[in-house]
Structure formats: C-alpha cells, structure tokens
Design a protein around this ligand. Structure first.
Ligand SMILES: [Cu+2]
Length: 171
C-alpha cells in the first residue's frame, strides 16, 4: 500500500519535470535532436543552418555577415550578452527584403515600440525578425532562407542600425 503511493508520487514528479522541460524549450524537437546527434560535426544537417548572433551593451553585433544556403531552414538565436534593460538597450534582429531602404525602415521603426520596432505598415518588407530583448535574454526564430542573393539585417531599436547591421548572404 505504502509502496504504491510512493511509486505514484515518483511518477507524478517525473511527469511534472517532463512537462517543465517541454514548456521551456520552444525550439523544435528536430532541431535539438540534430544538435545532440551531430555534436562533433562542424556543420549542421544540409537542410538546416544554425546561426547565433550576439548583441551587447556597446550597441554591436558580434558578427556582421551571415551565410546560408538557399532553401535551408535557418534557426537563428539572438543573445543579448549585456546587462542593460530592454527599454534602454533593446536588441532585435530584422532581415529585410531586397530593395528595402534601411534608413527609411529604421526611421519608421522608432515609432513602432509596441510592435517590436517593426513598423506595422512595413511588415511586408521583412523576411523574418526576432522579438526585442534586453540584457541577459535570448530569443530564437526559424525561417526558410530566401532566394540566392545578399540581404540587409539590422537591429531596428531606435538609433541602433548605425552600428548594428550586416549582410545576410544566401548562396
Ligand atoms: Cu539593438
């Protein structure tokens, strides 16, 4: 009798912790499986590009060029390595369609705080974007790499694109 209660408690604990794990990791199951299984391999699976880009309190990205292959699923993680809060030093990562005027986009973004600094009437100019995060936070997105070519990316937090921008190259 006592033993069965103990087992029941164990089972409850087990399921509770599983549930927590599932809810805290919102990246896809395939992604984490691939990462674990190919830990020694330098490159991800052919059809997937894993990208990590960091932003800091000095208003800089750690990389200014990202290369992927056409049609790949891009799993991009943005890490804010600083300490400043989102209101003072928020960072996002925005990939623009070709031909979009970055200056015009960034100027419009100043008034789009409530939409992660993506101007609502210019959402059609964006291929993919993360949310805006503050120091110590991480966010990730997944999207399909567009057609071959060179694209601009930026942080659209007011004033940041002057130093936080780069090229997204699809080969
Ligand atoms: Cu920024």
């Amino acid at each position: 009798m006592k033993k069965s209660i103990f087992l029941f408690a164990l089972a409850t604990l087990f399921f509770a912790s599983c549930g927590n794990n599932a809810s805290t990791s919102d990246s896809s199951a395939t992604e984490s499986t691939d990462t674990e299984m190919t830990e020694e391999a330098p490159a991800a699976a052919e059809d997937e590009a894993i990208v990590t880009i960091k932003g800091d309190d000095a208003m800089k990205y750690d990389i200014t060029e990202i290369k992927v292959k056409e049609g790949q699923t891009v799993s991009l993680t943005l890490v804010h390595t600083g300490k400043a809060p989102v209101a003072a030093m928020g960072h996002n990562w925005v990939l623009l369609k070709q031909g979009v005027d970055m200056e015009k986009f960034a100027t419009a973004a100043i008034n789009a705080k409530d939409n992660d600094y993506i101007p609502k009437d210019m959402e059609g100019d964006v291929i993919a974007h993360t949310k805006t995060i503050g120091g110590g936070e991480t966010t990730d997105i997944e999207f399909t790499a567009p057609a071959k070519g060179t694209y601009d990316f930026l942080c659209s937090f007011p004033g940041h694109h002057a130093t936080m921008k780069g090229k997204f190259i699809v080969e």
